[in-house]
Design a protein around this ligand. Structure first.
Ligand code: HEC
Ligand code: HEC
Length: 435
């Protein structure tokens, strides 16, 4: 592997590297138990995990939509259909849009992924209880093997994503009363629902030797994601392994720019093109808002600062991986940009791009759910976002931008995109599977 890298780098003319390309190490991924993987697959596609049994993980992380939902901000529980065709079910109006873009799940199962969510509110931390930081009131009830296995038990509790609204179902009722852990908590209730289905009960008995607990469900979902959503063999990987013809000339020029003059690799670093860190790059803010700070309007989203309390972290968001990025539009934590070209151009002139953002680019299901443009209509909030930007502007020709986009598209593993196990025909609950 190392030799391949060195050979190929030597083949690139006059490379002046601001940062270094890194090949994927052969042991980048864990090898989950196959019985746990297939169990996790069923759970991932099964609406049984949602309070009103009308939405699955796959609804927002669908393989036909690059393991995301194809929307800037999605519609959670109460909706029906996938992607831009998603609409509201009769009498089940969701209360709000999901406040952030659904990230793709490619490679989040790799060993080096220890930070989850756009703001990193779940992460490995030796000082946290059981070694993983969780949001307040959502601490882990038992140890789990990865940050991913901890993350996946949280969407179940979100009223807008999967739980539903108090009065609609017992899970939502308990969430509304903040009864999460313990025998009568929302997590236990969800695990009981799963255990009540014989096929799930039998398989968990075989693997963990008891009725499933919520953390077992988390481990199964994580095992599936680790196995299914691996994207490790793109033209770029083949190129690094010594096949110089694998990368078309435009993508080769794009690679030189990416790691060189355009300095993309300073944040999108390493084998997965992320430093797993947080940066403020001024992506336009859309929708109901998320992490608020004292004195800020509800439609704001200050990102990482809401987790650390550190003013340095204001409007910082997690650096996304760029593997498979050609399949995962729209882009940014709010999904503001629908194309690779538009989000790359944003990076080159972040302030101007924020201030002149064309709202027609946002992909939002046409459902009246309050004002989506509070932040963008608020000059003060716009200036707050602008002031935090830490990305320098950069002059690149149109041809250079096209080359960078060609390089980004060469990070797609086309075979992985088809899936390994794929979408199940049906799931043990008998509920409908999104296809
Ligand atoms: C209604 C849509 C929706 C549903 C349903 C949903 N998610 Fe997500 N998921 C999101 C959004 C939005 C985020 C980002 C939230 C944030 O960062 O604040 C996310 C984040 C994640 C992440 C973190 C990825 C990363 O790069 O940090 C993982 C893993 C994940 N979801 C897995 C799941 C699993 C497993 C399920 C089912 C138990 C699920 N999701 C259900 C929308 C959804
Ligand atoms: C200062 C660190 C930094 C640098 C330098 C940087 N990026 Fe980013 N990039 C980010 C962050 C942070 C985000 C996500 C921002 C958000 O969600 O609000 C991002 C988002 C993206 C996305 C959207 C990915 C997605 O899944 O939403 C693409 C594509 C991208 N960057 C490409 C590039 C390219 C190409 C360059 C070089 C021209 C570059 N980046 C330079 C930090 C950086």
């Amino acid at each position: 592997m190392r030799w391949g890298v060195i050979l190929c780098l030597a083949a690139l003319p006059n490379a002046l590297w601001a940062s270094e390309p890194v090949a994927l190490p052969p042991d980048a991924f864990p090898t989950p138990d196959s019985a746990l993987v297939t169990l996790g697959r069923d759970l991932f596609y099964d609406p049984i995990l949602s309070g009103n049994q009308n939405i699955a993980c796959a609804t927002c992380h669908h393989p036909t939509l690059g393991t995301s939902d194809g929307l800037s901000l999605g519609l959670g529980e109460g909706g029906s259909g996938l992607g831009t065709a998603r609409e509201v079910l009769d009498g089940q109006m969701p209360r709000a849009r999901i406040p952030r873009n659904a990230p793709a799940l490619w490679n989040v199962g790799a060993k080096e992924y220890v930070v989850m969510f756009h703001d990193g509110r779940v992460m490995l931390d030796p000082d946290a209880p059981l070694g993983i930081r969780m949001p307040e009131g959502r601490e882990l009830p038992a140890p789990v093997s990865s940050a991913l296995a901890a993350q996946v038990i949280l969407p179940l509790l979100s009223p807008e994503e999967m739980a539903g609204i108090a009065g609609e179902n017992p899970v939502a009722d308990r969430v509304a009363k903040e009864e999460i852990k313990g025998e009568n908590g929302a997590w236990a209730l969800i695990a009981e629902r799963v255990a009540a289905i014989p096929s799930y009960q039998e398989r968990f008995e075989r693997i963990v030797k008891r009725a499933p607990e919520i953390t077992d469900i988390g481990e199964a979902l994580a095992a599936f994601i680790q196995f299914e959503f691996r994207a490790a063999n793109s033209p770029w990987d083949q190129y690094l392994a010594g096949e110089s013809a694998a990368l078309e000339p435009a993508a080769q020029r794009g690679a030189l720019l990416f790691f060189g003059e355009a300095e993309c690799g300073s944040c999108h670093s390493g084998a997965f093109f992320t430093d797993h860190g947080f940066h403020a790059i001024g992506i336009p803010q859309i929708g109901p808002g998320k992490a608020k700070a004292a004195g800020l309007p509800s439609y704001a989203d200050i990102g990482r600062q809401a987790i650390t309390g550190d003013s340095e972290d204001r409007y910082r968001f997690h650096t996304p991986s760029l593997r498979m990025v050609g399949l995962t539009a729209p882009y940014g934590h709010s999904g503001a940009y629908p194309t690779l070209e538009s989000v790359v151009r944003h990076h080159l002139a972040p302030l101007e791009s924020l201030m002149t953002y064309d709202r027609a680019q946002a992909l939002l299901p046409a459902v009246g759910l309050g004002d989506d443009w509070g932040a963008m209509n608020d000059q003060e909030e716009l200036l707050n976002i602008a002031e935090a930007i830490e990305l320098p502007s950069r002059d690149l020709s149109d041809a250079a931008v096209a080359d960078i986009v060609a390089f980004l598209n060469a990070l797609t593993d086309k075979k992985a995109a088809k899936g390994r196990l794929g979408i199940p025909e049906n799931v043990p609950s008998g509920l409908a599977v999104d296809r």
